[in-house]
Design a protein around this ligand. Structure first.
Ligand code: ATP
Ligand code: MG
Length: 345
């Protein structure tokens, strides 16, 4: 039995086995074997990005983004669950999944969709999946993924378990076990707010809103459209945000001022949402800010939110905070930490 975790976000899909991790953009695309053969051979150290499930051959992540004609990317939760979640999850865990052996999987859902989709996600992932994985040489290899158990938790609890538990699944920081903690998870599409009261999930204090980073991206996209006349898909703007500039049709656009402005506005919006949602929860002992957007917004949010506001550890990629915590939670539930220390096969 092996414990694995995956976090299918609207922006990025992440997975880990406690030893290594990977992430790719949550984009699916039709596999194009001709292009594959010509341009992508030799990408040996990358985890696989080309799969077949049933009769459907598909690319994920950057391969789908750059190589596929028919690309699927969505910010719509129902469509994401129905058409994307399973393919993204199986692709993400494939490198860590032992062929045919039982896997126990922890994953999450945004808090507002938690009740509605929890059973559906479990049903989608549980069982045996005959996946065909195309390696760097383009050769298909059959892989049986046998997911014997699935546990679905509200996404921000991943970050909380990450802070609370060690790699053996045991509590290592008591305050996160005994205190009432608010968690703000700022992802690509959603901002998720939740409360853990001595590790119990508070339904009343939980909410998902659309205040994810994509709303800042949308502002920058509309600025670029005004300036350049080109309409740019949101998922192609990650690099522009990292560099503070983007070259469109030969012209380099400096985006720093518009990015700063978009971040300021988003932080104010999130702070208003939080202060309203938790107005009765004045007894929160700390508030943790996590998710890929959390790092950029933390300095702006801290002065706008009442209480002790904590950032996630600096050295970790903030996008991985939930998935790392899911895995620790899986080890807490089922044991299996041995898989974290076993030598690579
Ligand atoms: N190195 C990085 N590369 C790309 N984006 C990054 C990076 N570091 C932080 N980010 C930010 O992380 C965001 C994605 O965060 P995250 O992976 O937590 O979202 P998600 O879980 O996919 O989305 P959601 O929670 O809404 O489903 C991006 O929008 C970007 O603003
Ligand atoms: Mg997320």
């Amino acid at each position: 039995m092996k414990v694995l975790a995956t976090d299918m976000g609207f922006g990025y899909t992440k997975a880990t086995d406690g030893r290594s991790h990977q992430l790719f953009k949550s984009i699916l695309g039709e596999a194009n074997p001709a292009q594959f053969g010509e341009s992508l051979v030799g990408n040996g150290s990358q985890p696989p990005r080309h799969f077949r499930l049933g009769d459907e051959a598909f690319f994920v992540g950057e391969w789908a983004e750059t190589q596929s004609r028919g690309r699927r990317f969505t910010l719509d939760p129902a469509q994401f669950m129905a058409k994307h979640a399973k393919h993204l999850a199986l692709a993400a865990i494939a490198p860590y999944a032992p062929d045919g052996d039982p896997i126990r999987l922890v994953t999450g859902l945004p808090v507002s969709f938690f009740k509605r989709y929890r059973e559906a996600v479990t049903a989608l992932l549980k069982g045996r999946h005959a996946l065909v994985v195309f390696g760097a040489d383009g050769r298909p290899v059959e892989q049986q993924l046998y997911i014997e158990q699935v546990r679905v938790i509200p996404q921000p609890f991943g970050s909380l378990f990450g802070l609370m538990l060690n790699n053996l699944g045991k509590p290592s920081s008591q305050r996160f076990v005994t205190e009432k903690i608010g968690i703000i998870d700022i992802g690509f599409r959603t901002a998720d707010f939740t409360i853990s009261d001595k590790t119990r999930y508070s339904e009343r204090g939980s909410l998902s809103t659309d205040s994810g980073m994509s709303s800042a991206y949308a502002r920058v996209a509309s600025h670029l459209q005004d300036q350049s006349g080109v309409s740019i898909e949101l998922f192609r703007l990650h690099e522009a945000f990292t560099h503070g500039s983007l070259r469109v049709k030969g012209t380099l656009y400096d985006l720093k001022p518009v990015i700063q402005q978009a971040f300021d506005q988003l932080a104010e919006r999130i702070a208003t949402e939080v202060n309203r949602l938790w107005s009765d929860d004045w007894d929160l002992e700390a508030i943790v800010i996590t998710g890929g957007g959390g790092k950029a917004l933390y300095p702006r949010l801290k002065p706008l939110i009442d209480g002790e506001v904590l950032a996630m550890p600096e050295h970790e990629d903030p996008r991985l905070a939930n998935v790392n915590g899911y895995w620790k939670y899986g080890v807490h539930l089922w044991g299996g930490a041995a898989s974290a220390t076993a030598p690579p096969a």
